[in-house]
Design a protein around this ligand. Structure first.
Ligand code: ATP
Ligand code: MG
Length: 391
């Protein structure tokens, strides 16, 4: 039993001592059985949210409307969710109504796949109503219940199926797969943020090329932002073998293959609702990839990209380009702050006054140091600053 479960056992015991049922559920149970590392421990209970709150001193209403209460305990937080059923799925999105119930079975029935519909009790017993253990043994992703209906209820489940196929290296069971083939267009009803999360997890999985191939053969790719206009490029990527380590690499693989420039990358990633920090790194990584491909990468290009993006570009290219990291690690400076002269120095020493010229001079010095044209010594930099500004 993983330490994460050990630490949460007193919570389960306390809920049970009050006469309710409580179980570990979801991804943490699945990943424990598969001997994979677990992150969030989810607890499901027959107690209603108000009853859960009555039992613990410190709770936070993290998602009280759908039955989730966070219990704070010794610096840890545990999400405890009341057994529920879901109804009123409209527009193939999440349900607009959840009903709290007292039955574990009802709660497990609403879950997406058999491997995600297991419950683990405090004494180590597993409740497996849909053959999830067997499917795990045979590495199969199978919808709970009728796949057609389940994908109609919530089309995101199709992305999740592909995500788990990539992450776990599992096969999607035939009926479940044909449900995906038949309903791929429903993906356009789903909020981009939700697709984004599953898509990035899929692309970071061990078998991401197969995940992407599944999106191609099922046509799902046509219903996510901008992929529809790049069918050939998407298919080409799906046929490559690649292994990516972070979200920047995921997007850079696409933007460099699409041949996107800075403004196209920004527009594309904004449509995918990507964080600004990521967008900036994708631009730097993509530009560096273009330069590496055209054999025009020098110290200035490496310096501009930064070490993390040099690593990102190498990983996306998937080629033995580790000489680039060597080259990067021999740069005279890797950051503007390492320049041995500051604007303050140039003013104090009477070389320049506060003015736009000051900033321009510092930028020119920075570039010259990176290119090895000036030594990064204060005296050398100040003479260069004087030479740059004599007119
Ligand atoms: P991860 O390890 O990446 O968190 P997970 O399976 O735990 O994977 P979550 O999104 O954390 O995924 O969801 C927790 C559980 O809630 C799932 O295991 C599944 O039982 C259920 N679940 C999540 N999303 C859906 C959905 N769209 N439809 C039905 N059940 C879902
Ligand atoms: Mg989870």
């Amino acid at each position: 039993v993983p330490v994460e479960f050990e630490a949460a056992l007193p919570i389960l015991r306390k809920i049970e001592a009050a006469g309710y049922e409580a179980y570990f559920v979801g991804g943490s149970v699945r990943d424990t059985i598969l001997q994979r590392p677990i992150h969030d421990v989810d607890i499901a209970t027959s107690a209603y949210p108000s009853e859960v709150k009555g039992l613990f001193a410190r709770t936070v209403d993290t998602g009280i409307e759908h039955g989730t209460v966070m219990i704070l305990d010794h610096g840890n937080g545990y999400e405890v969710t009341t057994f529920r059923t879901e109804s009123g799925y409209q527009d193939y999105r999440r349900p607009d109504k959840v009903t709290f119930v007292r039955s574990l079975k009802e709660d497990l029935k609403r879950r997406d796949f058999t491997i995600n519909a297991l419950a683990l009790s405090e004494n180590g017993e597993i409740t497996d109503l849909f053959g999830g253990l067997d499917d795990m043994k045979h590495k199969i992703i199978r919808a709970v219940g009728d796949p057609e209906q389940r994908f109609n209820e919530d089309a995101l489940r199709m992305m999740r199926a592909v995500r788990f196929a990539s992450q776990l290296d599992f096969q999607i069971e035939a009926q479940t797969l044909s449900g995906i083939y038949d309903h791929s267009q429903l993906l356009k009803k789903i909020a981009v943020e939700r697709i984004h999360t599953e898509f990035v997890k899929m692309m970071l999985g061990t078998d991401a090329p197969r995940g992407l191939s599944l999106m191609v053969t099922s046509q799902m790719y046509r219903f996510v932002p901008e992929f529809g206009s790049h069918a050939a490029a998407i298919k080409q990527i799906a046929e490559q073998s690649f292994h990516l380590q972070n979200e920047v690499q995921v997007w850079a693989l696409f933007t460099s293959t699409f041949g996107y420039d800075r403004s196209q990358i920004t527009q594309f990633l904004k449509r995918w609702k990507t964080a600004n920090k990521i967008i900036n790194d994708v631009i730097l990584t993509t530009e560096l990839i273009d330069q590496i491909k055209s054999h025009s990468v020098g110290n200035l290009e490496l310096y501009t990209a930064g070490r993390a993006n040099v690593l990102n570009a190498i990983q996306v290219l998937g080629t033995a380009k580790s000489d680039l990291i060597d080259q990067y690690d021999h740069l005279p400076i890797t950051n503007k702050k390492q320049l041995k002269v500051t604007g303050g120095d140039l003013i104090k020493d009477g070389i320049l006054k506060p003015s736009p010229k000051l900033g321009q001079t510092l930028t020119a010095l920075e570039k010259a140091v990176v290119l090895g044209q000036i030594h990064n010594h204060k005296a050398a930099l100040e003479s260069a600053a004087i030479a740059l500004n004599k007119d």
